[in-house]
Write a protein of this length. Structure first.
Length: 289
C-alpha cells in the first residue's frame, strides 16, 4: 500500500469516529414524544414526568375548583356589600337626626355666647379702668424705686472707679520702678559684655543662611558670599555640599574666621573628619536640607 492509500485509510477511520460520536449524541437527545404526551401517572418513574394530556386534565380539574371557589367568594362579597349598604343608609339617617340636634344646640349656644359677651364687655370696661389706675400707681412706685437704684448704682460705680484709679496709680509706680531696675541691669550687662570684648547688640544664635564659595586659597581657606549683614560672625560653622547631576554630595564643614558686610573668610572646622577639596561654586548652608 502506498502513502496515498494509508492517508485515505486514516481519514476513513477518523470520519468513522466522528460519525459514531454524532450518532451517539443524537440518540442521547432523542425523546419519545408519544410517551411525553400520553404517559399516565401510574407509569411515571424517577426522571420522567406525567404526560402532557394528563397534566392538562389535572389543570382543568384544578381550574374548575378555583372557579367554584371564586363564585363562592363573589357571593359572600355581594352579601357583605349589601349589608354594608344597609348599614350606611342607617348611619346616614342617624347622622341627619344628630345634625338637626346639633344645629338646634348651636343656636342655643350662640345665644348664650352673645349674652356672655355682653356681660364680659361690661366687666372688661370696669377692669380696664381699675387696671389703668393701678398702672399709674405702679408706674409712680417704679419710678421712685428706679431713681433709688440708679443713685445706689452711681455711688457704687464712683467707689469702684476710685479704687481702680488708686490701683492703676500704684501699678504705674511699680512698673516705673521695675523699668528703672531693668534698665540698670541692662546697662550693667552691656558693660560686662564690652569688657569681655563682645558686642552686646549681637546674638549667639546662628542665623539660617545659604550661599556659595566664591574663591579658594591655600591652607584650607575659602571665601563665601555671606557676611555680617547676613548675621554671620566669627566662630559660626557652616556645612559645605556640592550639587552635581541633580544630586547633592557632602563635602565638609567650615568655620567663619573673618567677616565683612557682604562676604566672609572661612577655614576648615577643627576636630571634624572631612576632605579639603572644596571648590568655587560649592554650596554652604547652616544645615543641609
Amino acid at each position: 500500500m502506498n502513502l496515498v492509500g494509508k492517508i485515505f485509510v486514516v481519514l476513513i477511520f477518523v470520519m468513522s469516529l466522528v460519525f459514531m460520536t454524532m450518532a451517539t449524541m443524537i440518540y442521547a437527545t432523542h425523546r419519545n414524544w408519544r410517551e411525553v404526551v400520553l404517559l399516565p401517572r401510574e407509569q411515571v418513574v424517577p426522571g420522567k414526568e406525567i404526560g402532557l394530556k394528563f397534566q392538562l386534565d389535572e389543570a382543568k380539574v384544578k381550574n374548575d375548583g378555583f372557579k367554584n371557589e371564586l363564585d363562592k367568594v363573589t357571593r359572600e362579597r355581594d352579601a357583605e356589600k349589601n349589608a354594608r349598604i344597609d348599614a350606611v343608609a342607617k348611619l346616614e339617617n342617624e347622622l341627619k337626626v344628630r345634625t338637626k340636634e346639633r344645629n338646634d344646640r348651636d343656636r342655643d349656644l350662640a345665644a348664650l355666647v352673645q349674652s356672655e359677651r355682653n356681660a364680659v364687655a361690661l366687666a372688661k370696661t370696669a377692669v380696664d379702668e381699675a387696671a389703668r389706675k393701678e398702672k399709674e400707681s405702679a408706674g409712680l412706685r417704679t419710678d421712685v424705686l428706679q431713681t433709688q437704684r440708679d443713685r445706689d448704682a452711681n455711688f457704687k460705680e464712683v467707689v469702684r472707679l476710685t479704687d481702680e484709679l488708686h490701683q492703676a496709680v500704684n501699678d504705674r509706680v511699680q512698673l516705673q520702678n521695675r523699668l528703672t531696675t531693668l534698665a540698670q541691669d541692662l546697662a550693667k550687662a552691656k558693660e560686662v559684655l564690652l569688657k569681655l570684648g563682645r558686642n552686646p547688640n549681637e546674638t549667639d544664635t546662628q542665623p539660617i543662611v545659604d550661599g556659595l564659595i566664591t574663591s579658594t586659597s591655600g591652607g584650607g581657606l575659602v571665601e563665601i558670599s555671606l557676611g555680617s549683614d547676613d548675621g554671620l560672625r566669627k566662630g559660626h560653622q557652616l556645612e559645605v555640599y556640592r550639587i552635581s547631576g541633580g544630586a547633592s554630595t557632602y563635602v565638609g564643614r567650615i568655620e567663619v574666621a573673618l567677616t565683612k558686610p557682604e562676604k566672609s573668610v572661612c577655614k576648615l572646622a577643627p576636630n571634624f573628619p572631612q576632605n579639603s577639596n572644596m571648590m568655587k561654586g560649592d554650596r554652604v548652608a547652616t544645615k543641609i536640607q
